[in-house]
Design a protein around this ligand. Structure first.
Ligand SMILES: C[C@@H](O)[C@H](N)C(=O)O
Ligand SMILES: C[C@@H](O)[C@H](N)C(=O)O
Lengths: 165, 165
């Protein structure tokens, strides 16, 4: 069964910063993102999952070179938003499957996740839209992830550059 | 300051299903998404945040009409992936800001979140990409969210339909 996937992309030049257990009240997401916007830090991905008790985790994907600067900024905000902890990991990579088939074919996500699972690659974060599924994985697994997805989606021309999606 | 935002879209015909505290090991995401793909359920968004002690929460946005059927399917899978709980909420809506300016201008996310905060709208889930930021909010706040974003981004032509992004 052929799905309309146009490419697999990977990027290891990223860092993941997470403010753990911030207050889950209006204004917190604005305060965090404004602090980085004011410093002109480009946020590549924002992922916030479901709340637990009255708190939530707020994860950001930024470039590796912005990691230290962003951590300093967020340290100052963390008090205000009552973050229990700030976790920074620069040893992560993003791997994405892109194409119009993501939306129209429910099997694309399962195929992507299965290809990663078959290669013992644990998925740390997931952010998906109608045309793209992005997974954050360990940086040292990026090459095998791209190879596995290349095979799973039968792609002949592989792209290893980042593209805006 | 003008940002290149092409529209604000909203959709109240959705449901949020979350498998709480699944095992954070390879294969779990594949098992969950495959169970829905096999039943031809279209997953609109997948959001998975950061792990806590070897477990993770796996949130799905689907159409409201798929909610009951999906819940039944996931009940059967939850044992296998050791989900502590399945949370279903059909009283949610998705509001998105879309445009090339999302990527190039770090202030877009802060402006979106601030507009929601100013209207006392709590953001339950966030999934963003380079061209789109989607927030899951309470269904009964969708109209005020769209109005607030319309004002914040100075959009004259408002789109209330869902588009593939
Ligand atoms: C956690 C954060 O997203 C909060 N719920 C807000 O609306 O800002
Ligand atoms: C939780 C789930 O995403 C798991 N980490 C996996 O890789 O499948």
């Amino acid at each position: 069964e052929k799905v309309a996937i146009t490419g697999v992309t990977g990027d290891a030049e990223i860092a993941r910063i997470a403010l753990m257990q911030v207050k889950d009240i209006p204004g917190v997401a604005a305060r965090i993102s404004k602090s980085l916007a004011d410093a002109n830090v480009h946020i590549q991905l924002i992922i916030q999952g479901i709340r637990h008790d009255q708190t939530n985790d707020f994860s950001l994907i930024i470039s590796q070179e912005d990691a230290q600067h962003s951590q300093d900024i967020l340290q100052r905000v963390s008090q205000e938003v009552k973050a229990q902890e700030i976790q920074v990991d620069t040893h992560v990579a993003r791997v994405s499957v892109i194409g119009s088939g993501v939306a129209s074919n429910p099997g694309v996500a399962a195929r992507m996740f299965q290809a990663l699972a078959d290669n013992e690659i644990n998925i740390q974060l997931i952010s998906s839209s109608e045309i793209r599924i992005a997974c954050i994985i360990q940086e040292d697994q990026l090459d095998s992830a791209i190879r596995a997805l290349h095979e799973a989606f039968d792609l002949s021309n592989l792209e290893r550059k980042t593209i805006s999606t």
